[in-house]
Every structure is written in structure tokens, then in C-alpha cells.
Design a protein around this ligand. Structure first.
Ligand SMILES: [Zn+2]
Length: 138
């Protein structure tokens, strides 16, 4: 099971989400001025990296809101989630932070007792950094 950390709801199962493609693709300022080729490239051409990729996701079965995430396309690991309209985090810094975390035990967030009061309380997700989400699929 892959957990995706909705910035509005917290960690939820991947089946609650829909993928929305590459993030930060700006609508052309003057679409009528574009050639057919430029318009087609805006509509259909997207990056396809192996590695970190900023993409849009919708929590379609939850809050139904769109958000952006940085995901490693090779491992499915989500390294960051952020609201629509916010700039993308620096991908090189995220990659460096992940590399320095490799081999260390997952940290327990401050204020967390580590003992949930109810095992099936969906309204109180366990606080978790996004860097550790999805690591069970790798
Ligand atoms: Zn949500």
C-alpha cells in the first residue's frame, strides 16, 4: 500500500487519489498567437524523467482538492507535497536530503506518543514527514 500525504487531510491510501500529470505547466499568455506546433506542444508534450518529478494529484475520494507533489518516478517515493500555486521545492535539495537520510531510522515527530488511541480512527492520521511516505513500496 502506498500512502500519499494529502496536504489538506493527511496520509491516505493511494486508491483515493487521481494523477493529474506534470505540475507547473503554465497556460500560454496569448494562445491565439501560437503556431499549431507550439499549441500541440503545450497540450501534449511533457517531461518524462526517471527520478524526481513535480506533478499534480487530486484527492478525488477525499477532500477533492488538487495539490502538487514531488515523486521519484523510479521508486514511487513521495518527497514533498504542497498546495497549488506554491512554487516547486528545489529538486536537487530534496534529492540531497533523501541521500543524507538513507540508512537512518525513521524519526518520530515531536509530540507523538507513538501509541495511537484507536487503530481505526481515520480522522486522526499519524503525523508523518512526507519523506517517509511510500517507502513500503520500494
Ligand atoms: Zn484531501
Amino acid at each position: 500500500m502506498l500512502l500519499i500525504d494529502c496536504p489538506h487531510c493527511g496520509p491516505r491510501d493511494e486508491v483515493e487519489f487521481h494523477y493529474g500529470g506534470q505540475a507547473h505547466v503554465a497556460y500560454p499568455e496569448d494562445p491565439a498567437a501560437l503556431s499549431d506546433r507550439e499549441w500541440a506542444e503545450y497540450l501534449f508534450y511533457r517531461e518524462n524523467p526517471k527520478g524526481l518529478y513535480a506533478e499534480r494529484w487530486q484527492h478525488s475520494v477525499g477532500c477533492r482538492k488538487w495539490f502538487n507533489a514531488v515523486r521519484d518516478t523510479a521508486t514511487y517515493e513521495f518527497l514533498a507535497v504542497y498546495h497549488m500555486g506554491e512554487p516547486s521545492p528545489d529538486l536537487a535539495s530534496l534529492a540531497a536530503a533523501r541521500a543524507s537520510e538513507a540508512g537512518t531510522a525513521p524519526e518520530v515527530p515531536a509530540g507523538s506518543s507513538g501509541t495511537p488511541t484507536s487503530a481505526d480512527a481515520p480522522s486522526s492520521p499519524t503525523p508523518q514527514t512526507s519523506a517517509h511516505l511510500g517507502s513500503d513500496r520500494a
